[in-house]
Design a protein around this ligand. Structure first.
Ligand code: ADP
Ligand code: ADP
Length: 230
C-alpha cells in the first residue's frame, strides 16, 4: 500500500506535511519518531479512521483521493482489509475471550458460528492463550489482553495488521510476549505497520523504518541500515 502527498491540519496546526510513503506487502514497517510527530495520524489514515485533507492512498484495487468523498462501500472494504490494534486493547468487557474473537467474523464476515469458533481457537493457540478462551478481559494481564486483541484482529483475515503503540501500556516482560507473537506473524509474512516509540522493539521487529518528525518523513528505508547508522 502506498500513500502520496498526504496533508492534514487540525485548526492551524499542520500535522502531516506532504507525506509520501510505501508500506510493502509481506513486510513489517515501523513508524518511529517523537510524540506528537504524526505517526498515529499516518497509521489511522490507512484505516480511514482519519481523513487527510488531501493526498492519495492506493491499496489493492482501491485508489482513494482524500480530497474527494469516499464511498461507504469502499471505506468498509478498506477497513476490513486493515485490522487495527490499539494501545488500550478495546476488548468488549462483557464478552469472553472467545466471544471477543468471534464477534467480527460472525457479525461482519458472516461466518457461521462453528467456523468462527474453530478459527478463533486456532488464533488463540497462535497467541498462546487458548486456555483463556472462557476468561473475561478483566481476568487477563495487559500482555494477555493485547494478544487477544491481536487474535481478534487476525481472525478478520486482514491483509494488513496495523498496530498503534501495541506495547506502551505494558511492562517489559509482557512486552516480550507481544513481541514474540508479532515476530511469528512477521515470519509468515503478514503485512504489518506498527507505530511505536520503543526503539528496542522497533529494532527487533522492523523490516523497514519510517522516521517521522514534525509531520515529515526524515528516514524511509531498510531497518538494518537505519540502526547501523546510529
Ligand atoms: P504521534 O502518533 O506521533 O504521537 P499523532 O499523529 O497522534 O502523533 O498527533 C500528531 C499531532 O496531531 C499532535 O500534535 C496531536 O495533538 C494532534 N492531533 C491528533 N489528533 C488530533 C485531533 N483529533 N484533533 C486535534 N489535534 C490532533
Ligand atoms: P495516541 O495515544 O495514539 O498518541 P492520543 O492520546 O494522541 O493518541 O490521542 C487520543 C485521541 O485524541 C485520538 O483520537 C486523537 O485523534 C485525539 N487527539 C489527540 N490530540 C488531540 C488534540 N490536540 N485535540 C483533540 N483531539 C486530540
Amino acid at each position: 500500500m502506498q500513500v502520496k502527498h498526504l496533508n492534514k491540519a487540525y485548526g492551524n496546526k499542520q500535522v502531516l506535511k506532504d507525506v509520501s510513503v510505501e508500506f510493502p506487502a509481506g513486510q513489517t514497517t515501523v513508524l518511529i519518531g517523537p510524540s506528537g510527530s504524526g505517526k498515529s495520524t499516518i497509521l489511522r489514515s490507512l484505516n480511514l479512521l482519519v481523513t487527510p485533507d488531501n493526498g492519495t492512498f492506493d491499496f489493492n484495487d482501491h485508489h482513494v483521493d482524500f480530497s474527494q468523498p469516499i464511498s461507504r462501500k469502499e471505506m468498509l472494504e478498506i477497513r476490513k482489509d486493515t485490522g487495527m490494534v490499539f494501545q488500550e486493547y478495546n476488548l468488549f468487557p462483557n464478552k469472553t475471550v472467545l466471544g471477543n474473537v468471534i464477534e467480527g467474523p460472525t457479525q461482519v464476515l458472516k461466518q457461521d458460528k462453528a467456523t468462527a469458533i474453530k478459527n478463533a481457537h486456532e488464533w488463540l493457540k497462535k497467541v498462546g492463550l487458548d486456555d483463556k478462551a472462557n476468561a473475561y478481559p478483566n481476568e487477563l494481564s495487559g500482555g494477555q489482553a493485547q494478544r487477544v486483541a491481536i487474535a481478534r484482529a487476525m481472525a478478520m483475515e486482514p491483509e494488513y495488521l496495523l498496530l498503534d503503540e501495541p506495547t506502551s501500556a505494558l511492562d517489559p516482560e509482557l512486552e516480550l510476549s507481544v513481541l514474540k507473537v508479532l515476530l511469528a506473524l512477521a515470519k509468515e509474512q503478514q503485512s504489518m505497520v506498527i507505530v511505536t516509540h520503543n526503539m528496542m522493539f522497533a529494532q527487533k521487529v522492523a523490516d523497514k523504518i519510517v522516521f517521522v518528525e514534525d509531520g515529515e518523513i526524515l528516514y524511509d528505508g531498510e531497518a538494518q541500515a537505519f540502526f547501523d547508522r546510529e
